[in-house]
Design a protein around this ligand. Structure first.
Ligand SMILES: [Zn+2]
Length: 131
């Protein structure tokens, strides 16, 4: 299965500038910490059962897509110690079939580098057990 080779997200996938504001005071209260933990556990549960993209996750849980992506970043780093791995199914161009194999991100690409169109399938995520 092709997607299985895109598993390790511990290095550079959380460096996107558009999510940096989440690390500030916004989530500092105990209430917010609990809420975040709950959301992350829901995401982990969902992705352990099926592959979903960030938009599907955000709808299912009731958060914004951007927020879902931020949680995915944290989850990818925390899962390793639990013997699990967040795996990505790379985004694909629906028109020419281009696969975004080297894209180290959780967000959707803007457009296809080959045909320059933006009919793209979002990257999908799922969680596998390593043990
Ligand atoms: Zn294309």
């Amino acid at each position: 299965m092709r997607a299985a080779t895109y598993g390790f997200w511990t290095q550079n996938s959380c460096l996107k500038p558009e999510t940096s504001h989440y690390s500030s005071a916004k989530f500092h209260s105990a209430h917010q910490q609990v809420r975040m933990q709950t959301i992350r556990q829901k995401i982990i549960d969902l992705l352990s059962l099926q592959e979903m993209d960030a938009r599907q996750l955000s709808k299912q849980i009731g958060i914004r897509e951007k927020e879902a992506v931020e949680h995915l970043c944290h989850i990818s780093r925390s899962l390793a110690v639990k013997g699990k791995k967040l795996t990505i199914h790379p985004a694909e161009c629906l028109l020419c079939g281009y696969v975004f194999e080297n894209r180290q991100r959780f967000t959707r690409p803007g457009r296809c580098p080959r045909c320059k169109k933006s009919h793209l399938q979002s990257p999908g995520f799922y969680i596998i057990n390593l043990v």
